[in-house]
Design a protein around this ligand. Structure first.
Ligand SMILES: *Cc1c(COP(=O)(O)O)cnc(C)c1O
Length: 392
């Protein structure tokens, strides 16, 4: 049992203890982490984070410059996502962004007279929507995906009722990296006058650069008239420091639904869930965007996608099969026993995950996985797969 300490410890001792705690974790740099959508942030992002660590985004009277910075980042991201009049907020991550979007959708629904709000999505919708809908009293209704892990839009349409207050589509699902049929789903939502949210927490910093990186892409952002809001996560492929998520609304009017006045004259209303919070994440996003620019992100996308392609080839060469289509950098690898092989891999220092829904090994290829490491992984996977089902 831990007790609240009686006496002060020496600072050196405390630092040593914290170093020890950190040393037992995996390191991205080692290249064996294959289960993470996050990676090591850029140096400039860490620098900016430290600069602003002591700031408070909850009080933009003291830290007025942060409000301006947030407006600039919102405008830049809006511009990237084809909407120069987008409104938005930096938040703690995709979870908070999705919660805020569902809040706005629910309020808009209330205004139309909906009493028992429902949201409709594919089953691959991120579990942050389970949280958001539980918190907001929205019933989440999902439809099965097809053999390519893709949403069945007609099936989804059949679930729409007079209570539907939001339709959700995912631009890069967490499990398989599938970019769902955003355009079709959005058109269905608008046919019934329903709020349409796109969760691009995973795809948001890859898809806009995909075509220039030489890969296929589909429209997923405000270029589609149906899209009311977008979640995009700088702390994933945006190479920023955690926590850093972003919610963007098509216009100011939508965001005005989230407006919570403070007690005090002179203090601005809050438009996020979190109140007192550091502006460090914002500074880090600002730094990354300016340090890479569009071209830098194209190169990043090229790097990640080419390594994914390489790993798919290395696996196929060894007769290891993959499942479904691959829209982003995630690979679904078939195995005789996915959970078992995950354990065997972990014993050798590799972290992979297994999708419960699709029962396949899920590999996320990221910046921190070098080509050599990925080849080594393919070889290791084949060796371990060959031991499965054999009695020793
Ligand atoms: C990661 C992710 C989320 C949740 O974002 P957090 O930053 O973990 O809160 C939501 N949706 C998708 C598609 C994601 O990949």
């Amino acid at each position: 049992m831990y007790k609240f300490p009686d006496n002060a410890k020496d600072k050196q001792e405390i630092k040593e203890k914290i170093r020890q705690i950190c040393a037992s974790n995996y390191s991205y740099r080692d290249g064996r982490i294959l289960n993470s959508i996050c990676s090591e942030p850029l140096d400039i992002a860490v620098w900016a984070y430290k600069q602003m660590l002591l700031s408070n985004l909850g009080d933009t009277r003291i830290f007025g410059s942060l409000k301006k910075m947030e407006q600039e980042v919102t405008a830049m991201l809006g511009n990237l996502l084809h909407n120069n009049s987008a409104a938005g907020n930096i938040v703690t991550g995709g979870t908070e962004a999705n919660l805020l979007a569902m809040y706005v959708a629910r309020q808009a629904g209330f205004q139309k007279g909906i009493k028992y709000p429902e949201a409709v999505a594919s089953e691959a919708v991120h579990f942050s929507f389970n949280k958001a809908c539980a918190f907001l009293g929205i019933k989440l209704i999902t439809v099965k995906t097809d053999e390519n892990f893709q949403v069945q839009a007609q099936e989804l349409e059949s679930k729409i009722t007079k209570n539907t207050t939001a339709v959700i589509a995912t631009a890069g699902t967490s499990e398989t990296g599938t970019v769902e049929h955003i355009k079709e789903t959005g058109e269905i939502a608008k046919k019934y006058g329903i709020y349409f949210h796109v969760d691009a927490a995973s795809g948001g910093f890859l898809l806009p650069f995909m075509e220039d990186a030489g890969y296929k892409s589909v429209p997923f952002d405000f270029a589609l008239e149906s899209v009311d809001s977008i979640t995009i996560d700088p702390h994933k492929y945006g190479m920023s420091v955690i926590p850093g998520g972003f919610i963007l609304f098509r216009n100011r009017e939508l965001m005005d639904y989230i407006n919570f006045e403070s007690f005090f004259h002179g203090t601005k209303a809050h438009t996020t869930l979190a109140g007192t919070r550091t502006g460090a994440g914002l500074a880090s996003v600002y730094a990354v965007i300016h340090s890479l620019g569009y071209k830098g992100f194209v190169n990043n996308t090229k790097l990640i996608m080419s390594r994914r392609e390489m790993l798919v080839n290395e696996l196929h060469k060894r007769n290891i099969e993959t499942a479904g289509r691959q829209d982003l950098n995630i690979i679904m690898v078939k195995s005789k026993d996915p959970v078992k092989i995950m354990g065997l891999l972990e014993k050798e220092g590799w972290l992979a995950s297994v999708s419960k829904r699709y029962n396949a090994v899920r590999i996320v290829v990221h910046r921190h996985n070098s080509e050599d490491r990925l080849k080594e992984f393919a070889e290791t996977f084949m060796r371990l797969e060959n031991t499965l089902g054999k009695r020793i």
